[in-house]
Every structure is written in C-alpha cells, then in structure tokens.
Design a protein around this ligand. Structure first.
Ligand SMILES: *[C@@H]1O[C@H](CO)[C@@H](O)[C@H](O)[C@H]1NC(C)=O
Ligand SMILES: *[C@@H]1O[C@H](CO)[C@@H](O)[C@H](O)[C@H]1NC(C)=O
Ligand SMILES: [Fe+2]
Length: 442
C-alpha cells in the first residue's frame, strides 16, 4: 500500500502540472491581481427642503434633445430652465410628474421634462422646478466622431461604487452606458432614492443611458405583481424617440455622433424569443442600419452571452440562441454585458467559436455593488476568453474615427484607476472580408 502511494504521488503532481498549463495556441489571460476587501453600503441623504430637486439625471432623446429627470419630496413645478451661460436661463420647458407606490412606500414626485433643441458639444446650465439655488450643468454629446463612452454595469451604492464613480469622473467622457443592475434596492425602495443622490453628480452632467438587469424587476407575487415599477418610473429612456421607437422602456436604441455609432439596449428580463415584440423590434432596428454610414454598432445586454466565470453560467444562453444570428448578420461590433461581478473580454465570437466577423463580447458587471465579486472562473480558460479578472472597475469605449475604437478597462486598484486591459476594435463595416455580398446584405 505504502509503496503504491509513493509511486502515485509524482505521477499526480505531473498530471496536475500538465492540466494547469494553458493550451499551446491560447493567449488567454487570467489576471492574478489580488483584490481588496468589499466595502459597506452608503446612504446618501437629502439636504434640501421638500421642493429642492434631488436625484437629477439626464438621458439623450434623439440627436438634439435631453430628458431631465428629478424628484422632489413635495409638489413642485415640472419645469426645467436652461441656457448656455451660468445664472441665465432664457429657455424653459415643462414636463410631467408621476409617482408610484410599492407596498408601504410612496415615492416622491418624479418629474421629467425634455429640453431642446440643443447644440452639440455644448455646456448647458439648468435648474429644475425653478430652483435657481441648485444650478446644474451638462454637456451635450458631439455631433460627429470622436466620441467617448463609459461602460459599467452592476453599479450598486457601496464604497466601491463611490471609488468607481470617482475614477469615471476623473477622466472626461460624453455618455455613460449601463448594462443593468443600478441601485440594488432589492425591494427596499428608499435605496432607489439614496442611489439617485449618489449618482447625481455624474448622471446630471452627462447622459446616462441604461437598460434593465434582474435587480430592476422587483416583482413580488401577489403583493406587487407588476415588474419594473421603480425602474420605469425613475429611469425613463428614449424608447419613443429616434428612427425605430420600441414602445418599451425595457429595450430601445439610439444614434450617437451624427449616426456614426448606433447603440442597441436589449432587455434580458422581458420576452426575447423569436416572435416576441422585442425580437421583432430588434429585426426592424437592425434592418434600418446602413453600415455604409454607421461605423460602429454596439449592443448592451444584462446577462452575458459569453462567460467563463462560475457565476451565472448559462443564464444568457437562451437569449443568445434567439438573437445572436441577428446581431452577427448586421456585423455588430461589440456586445457589453453585466450581471457577472467581474471583468472579462472575449475575442470576436459567433456560435461559441472565434469568428473574425463576430462581435467582441465584454462583461463589465464590476461597478461595485454590495454582493461583492465573482471570483471563481472555469478552468482551463476557454481559448475565446482573452482576459478575465474579478475586480471592481469600469470600461471606456472611445470611437476615434470611422474604422477604429479603443476599448480600455480600468480596475479600481485599491483607490487608483489602472488600465488593466486594452484593445483596438476595428469596425466590421470596414473589413472587406466581413462584407461580401453573399455573406449578408449591407
Ligand atoms: C420661477 O421663479 C421666478 C422668480 O422667483 C418667478 O418669477 C417665475 O414665475 C417662476 N416660474 C415658475 C414656472 O414657477
Ligand atoms: C483611425 O484611427 C486609427 C487609430 O488611431 C489610425 O491608425 C487610423 O489611421 C485612423 N484613420 C483615419 C482615416 O484617420
Ligand atoms: Fe444582475
């Protein structure tokens, strides 16, 4: 017995060593960065009186308008006064007010007004509900390339969220894209309010375009059977604007930089199978894209379609089966997802295989929420997975011209933002081999 054990030991060591080697052809990287500990949930309180605007955020509507959304505890006018000089508001727009109830919680007055037409790349000063003591400002996105996006999912409202937001604010950008899971209110509605206050400094200054994650559903059988109540009331997106209105706040699309970039926000938690309203809308939206003019097409979705983390395995598979071919046919350049609380970048993939005409898939569900990081990965790393790391951080997509976009991922390295991954993404519309007439129709 003893001899057999001794003889088996070196064999086992050899076997283990062989198994831990990456496949010879793979350049896949699993980062070895050692993560700091989780941080506690924050609770940002409201300082003003009942009519003081709070939780202000903006979202782009069409090419030259902006929706301003804010909340007051008491009744206040749903007006936005604005102009291009601080302290002077020659323009004004009136919107509407809504409220919602959720179990015993009653929301404040949720106001929303669409302002414009606005000039591109211009700073506007504005106040809500005529509250001139609370002047805010935002800058409109550019009318042509280059354009800079921040992409970050699963934000939450912890000390790490604060760190992520600080790093985002440190470097200029034009628009933030959020692939789902905003507040982590998790049925406790006051946390939507604290979240609104936490993100206001950024979300009132640049358009924040979001789509829903599982934490937005907040459906309780019998007690509150209606899904997405807080999300739809507080984060209304331009689903009724642009070239292909979707009719649902849960999925929509819009153009940026004069149509050079088309962004498609998909909904992982509403019907997506063939024959559903979302699937039909996506087909029509993609059919309306002219890749001769649209340099980059990107899609956002909450549950990743490609994922080598042990968390949430397979949760995006059904949606991928229903929609991947549509995106591939239009040569969508990149798909950004959240849900898995970590970062992972895949090669260009289609049908689970590397494909030079498929989108780059990126999971960036690492905003900093209270559930912490998803640290366990499937081994060995699939050859299609180019880089993966379980840290908090945020991504940036800078579309520099009609052929090139630079993707960078910025880890919150303790409290510093460090570029931990970067890659150039070439527009698939500019690659002749991906645009042969027989392969698909432009
Ligand atoms: C806004 O405030 C100014 C000055 O207090 C006042 O003249 C004006 O009527 C107010 N407008 C609205 C819409 O309440
Ligand atoms: C687009 O940007 C890339 C990367 O900076 C550069 O190599 C390329 O020459 C640019 N193309 C044009 C047409 O300016
Ligand atoms: Fe999620």
């Amino acid at each position: 017995m003893a001899t057999a054990k001794v003889a088996a030991l070196p064999l086992l060591v050899l076997l283990a060593a062989a198994m831990s080697l990456p496949p010879a052809s793979s350049l896949a990287v699993t980062s070895t960065y050692v993560r700091p500990r989780p941080r506690a949930t924050l609770s940002v309180l409201h300082g003003g009186d009942g009519q003081t605007p709070q939780q202000v955020h903006i979202s782009a509507v069409g090419s030259d308008r902006m929706r301003v959304t804010w909340i007051t505890d008491d009744d206040a006018p749903a007006t936005v006064e604005y102009g291009t000089v601080s302290g002077q508001y020659p323009f004004s727009a009136a919107g509407s007010t809504t409220t919602y109830s959720y179990l015993l919680y009653h929301s404040g007055k949720i106001h929303d007004a669409v302002i414009g037409p606005l000039e591109p790349s211009t700073t506007y000063y504005y106040c809500c509900s005529n509250s001139t003591s609370r002047e805010l400002s935002f800058r409109t996105p550019p009318a042509s390339l280059p354009v800079k996006f921040v992409v970050v999912g699963d934000l939450g409202q912890t000390g790490w969220t604060e760190s992520t937001l600080r790093h985002i604010a440190d470097d200029d950008y034009d628009m933030l894209l959020l692939p789902g899971d905003l507040s982590y209110a998790d049925f406790y509605q006051p946390r939507w309010d604290t979240y609104g206050r936490l993100v206001e400094p950024l979300a009132s200054a640049r358009p924040w375009m979001v789509t829903e994650g599982n934490h937005e559903v907040e459906r309780i059988p019998l007690l509150h059977p209606q899904p997405f109540t807080a999300y739809n009331a507080r984060w209304r997106m331009p689903h009724d604007a642009g070239a292909s209105p979707s009719g649902s706040n849960l999925y929509y699309s819009f153009d940026v930089a004069g149509g050079a970039v088309h962004v498609i926000m998909l909904g992982s938690y509403t019907g997506y199978a063939a024959g559903t309203a979302q699937h039909r809308w996506l087909q029509a939206d993609l059919a309306g894209i002219n890749r001769g003019k649209t340099a980059f097409v990107v899609a956002l979705v909450h549950a990743p379609w490609y994922n080598s983390n042990t968390a949430h395995r397979g949760e995006g598979d059904a949606m991928r089966a229903a929609m991947e071919e549509l995106l591939y046919g239009t040569r969508v350049d990149a798909v950004f997802a959240g849900h898995v609380h970590a970062y992972e970048r895949f090669a260009r993939v289609y049908g689970s295989r590397e494909d030079p005409c498929g989108p780059v898939h990126v999971t960036v569900g690492d905003g900093g929420n209270r559930e912490g990081l998803a640290k366990r990965y499937v081994d060995p790393q699939p050859a299609t997975s180019a880089f993966r790391e379980a840290s908090f951080g945020h991504g940036r997509l800078e579309v520099v011209n009609a052929t090139h976009a630079r993707w960078t991922w910025h880890r919150n390295d303790d409290d510093e933002a460090v570029v931990a991954d970067q890659v150039w993404i070439t527009s698939l519309a500019s690659i002749p081999a991906c645009n042969k007439k027989d392969s698909f129709t432009l």
